[in-house]
Design a protein around this ligand. Sequence first.
Ligand code: FAD
Ligand code: NAG
Ligand code: NAG
Ligand code: NAG
Ligand code: NAG
Ligand code: NAG
Ligand code: NAG
Ligand code: NAG
Ligand code: NAG
Ligand code: NAG
Ligand code: NAG
Ligand code: NAG
Ligand code: NAG
Length: 601
Amino acid sequence: MAIRNTLAGSLAIAACVIPAAFAAILQSPTQLSSKKSYDYIIVGGGAGGSVLANRLTEDNYTNVLLIEAGSSDYKNLNIAVPQLAAALARSEFDWNFTTAGQPGLNGRSIPYQRGHVLGGSTAVNYMAFNTGSRDDWDRWANVTGDSGWGFDNIVKYIKKMENFVPPLDGRNISDEVDVSIHGHSGPLHISVSGAKVATDDRVINTTRELPSEFPFNLDQNSGDSLGIGWTQVTIADGERQSAALSYLDPILSRKNLDILVNTQATKVLQTGVSGGKPVFRGVQFSQVGSGKFTTLKATREVILSAGAIKTPHVLMLSGIGDSSELSKFNVSTIVDLPDVGKNLQDHPLVTSPFRVNSTDTLDNLNNATFVAEQLALWQKNRTGELGVATGSQLGWLRLPDNSSIFETEPDPSAGPTSAHFEFILIDSFIDFSAPPPGNYFTGFTVLVSSSSRGYITLNTTNPFDPPFIQPSFLSTPFDIFTMRESIKSMRRFMAAPAWDGWILNEFGSFAAAQTDEQIEEYARNTTVTVNHVTCTVGMGKTGSSGPGTGALNADLTVKGTVGLRVVDASAFPFIPAAHPQGVTYALAERAADLIKGVSTC
Ligand SMILES: Cc1cc2nc3c(=O)[nH]c(=O)nc-3n(C[C@H](O)[C@H](O)[C@H](O)COP(=O)(O)OP(=O)(O)OC[C@H]3O[C@@H](n4cnc5c(N)ncnc54)[C@H](O)[C@@H]3O)c2cc1C
Ligand SMILES: *[C@@H]1O[C@H](CO)[C@@H](O)[C@H](O)[C@H]1NC(C)=O
Ligand SMILES: *[C@@H]1O[C@H](CO)[C@@H](O)[C@H](O)[C@H]1NC(C)=O
Ligand SMILES: *[C@@H]1O[C@H](CO)[C@@H](O)[C@H](O)[C@H]1NC(C)=O
Ligand SMILES: *[C@@H]1O[C@H](CO)[C@@H](O)[C@H](O)[C@H]1NC(C)=O
Ligand SMILES: *[C@@H]1O[C@H](CO)[C@@H](O)[C@H](O)[C@H]1NC(C)=O
Ligand SMILES: *[C@@H]1O[C@H](CO)[C@@H](O)[C@H](O)[C@H]1NC(C)=O
Ligand SMILES: *[C@@H]1O[C@H](CO)[C@@H](O)[C@H](O)[C@H]1NC(C)=O
Ligand SMILES: *[C@@H]1O[C@H](CO)[C@@H](O)[C@H](O)[C@H]1NC(C)=O
Ligand SMILES: *[C@@H]1O[C@H](CO)[C@@H](O)[C@H](O)[C@H]1NC(C)=O
Ligand SMILES: *[C@@H]1O[C@H](CO)[C@@H](O)[C@H](O)[C@H]1NC(C)=O
Ligand SMILES: *[C@@H]1O[C@H](CO)[C@@H](O)[C@H](O)[C@H]1NC(C)=O
Ligand SMILES: *[C@@H]1O[C@H](CO)[C@@H](O)[C@H](O)[C@H]1NC(C)=O
């Protein structure tokens, strides 16, 4: 595949030569031409912004400026090599956010990673690819009153983005995925892991031994996600497929697209009034530390795709938000929109580590000599352990209908095809701290339908300071119940005969957490995030107003404004019971048609 060969070449020369392909990428606002005007200015080049930059410039009479805070180094080796993803946290590619102390986590603050580079969080994520369940999408259709967000309509946008390619090792995957339901000509290359690992057959055998609790699902992206199945990933031919590589790299020669990197949008600016509503076609932006601010006006729209932390932050800095919050910081309110920054939804994660009776695990990647050998192999032909997925299987599971919690708490899931909790099954030790010596298997359990709601608000009025981030994890009885039950379910999974001879024992403080009280304490003390923050500028029914009705209309325009839209994961009204990148891509694919005014149904 041509893209991969190009990458191999540019990796070697990236440090000293700016390849010709970077011609459309401006490194500083001073490189903008004063003669050029833009129809659309997109803020943020992640999943949402990259799709739009691509689709809107398909019409070569439409001029687009994409502004990205991070660099254009999306081919960096740590980004390209899947198993080097951990090196991206607290690096130049991370915004380095930290949450406020969370009451449900015994007051702990936790790191809140977000991608800071062209490609956004898709350039730093763990590459699991899901497209959401039927009920996840149908709930959006209900909440917005727009059937175009329903699953039956969205399927065509999912197929439009996908290009399902064979795994690197060329194995027969007919028992791992239903290839026939996937797209094969879209920009985003997806696959299953490039090679099998030692625990794969034990996971699948567990689904045969305990089929009622852990049924096998051939394709979790069919609309019915429930069960244990093979992880689909944004990895192709051993290499990460970010939004920048998939949606921007192939179109850098388009003359109607300019990409301005190393530049932060600090505000959207009111440029007039139309039909009694403020028009926001202006953007103010700046390079960190430069002290210089530039403003520019789009002729049609400004589109915020800065992600679920920065999109609400920029809106609030611009005077669009909850007036009682803004007034605390002397920001004068232009549009009183109480839902901006509210309704934050994310997926908390707890680790269940087990010691294993084998040296054939991915823990070998903790050995620097071995990694150097593997990196040489990866650079040669993309093979070896560095190109495989983190977690070859996922499980999407529901609490039993007769669970005691439903006597007192409503079910927050979207419906019967959506999970309450998830398993991520990993052939090594991983808990985001320094790995201990030895060989391990790790089960992550993730709460994917939660009833806790967090928020983002201003912390200072300096646009370069982070906002105040409060995810409020494990703050409801349903959430702590379900997190606890997910860990018990993981223990039942690992107790299946399929694991005899492999699992030795539970490891560390996990092993000590056995009673319900101890498991709850373990969860509160160790929960982190799987980095799925969404819903902070959620959509609702077009024209409805007041707290809880959504900050966006069903077409993603910002309520009470003209010329301003949000296209990223902040626009979700509910988080899907799924890893959200695929859902963000699909949302942006439909948004592109909404913006172009072509039929989307
Ligand atoms: C560590 C990690 C692991 C994850 N793992 C997975 C996974 O395995 N599977 C999955 O599906 N999802 C995963 N996700 C989540 C997924 O990547 C995101 O949901 C998705 O990328 C969201 O897309 P977005 O367009 O909303 O935001 P992003 O992709 O984050 O893009 C936002 C972009 O806007 C830029 N930006 C922000 N503010 C400004 C500003 N003021 N001016 C200019 N530019 C700005 C940012 O630098 C960034 O490039 C993970 C995320 C992280 C961080
Ligand atoms: C747009 O593309 C068409 C077809 O490729 C080409 O003929 C035309 O010259 C292009 N116009 C501009 C403004 O680039
Ligand atoms: C995040 O922190 C790391 C480590 O301190 C630093 O190198 C990096 O530049 C920071 N990221 C940004 C975007 O400032
Ligand atoms: C808010 O800002 C103060 C400094 O003004 C800082 O000490 C604090 O950590 C910030 N809080 C959060 C949650 O970012
Ligand atoms: C959508 O609304 C209809 C009618 O109120 C309801 O029957 C259905 O269960 C809802 N579906 C979801 C997924 O919320
Ligand atoms: C893959 O395996 C399936 C089931 O065993 C079989 O029917 C199919 O023919 C195989 N495909 C190829 C290309 O070998
Ligand atoms: C999985 O089950 C099959 C069929 O029973 C068996 O042949 C195989 O050895 C099992 N694999 C493992 C790793 O236990
Ligand atoms: C807001 O303005 C008032 C009056 O000028 C001042 O006293 C107060 O400190 C300001 N608050 C902030 C957060 O800047
Ligand atoms: C580390 O990897 C090297 C190279 O593969 C190998 O020779 C060595 O035995 C490994 N060390 C340990 C402690 O496993
Ligand atoms: C990749 O290179 C290694 C080392 O030379 C070789 O053993 C292996 O067969 C190659 N794999 C492929 C798929 O070309
Ligand atoms: C729920 O139903 C199952 C199967 O009918 C039963 O085994 C289990 O004990 C029930 N659980 C509760 C909490 O009632
Ligand atoms: C460890 O594996 C060996 C064979 O590989 C087996 O003989 C032994 O019983 C296993 N030990 C445990 C505790 O399962
Ligand atoms: C959990 O954290 C609290 C501090 O917040 C500590 O007192 C307690 O010992 C911890 N529990 C466990 C089981 O580690």
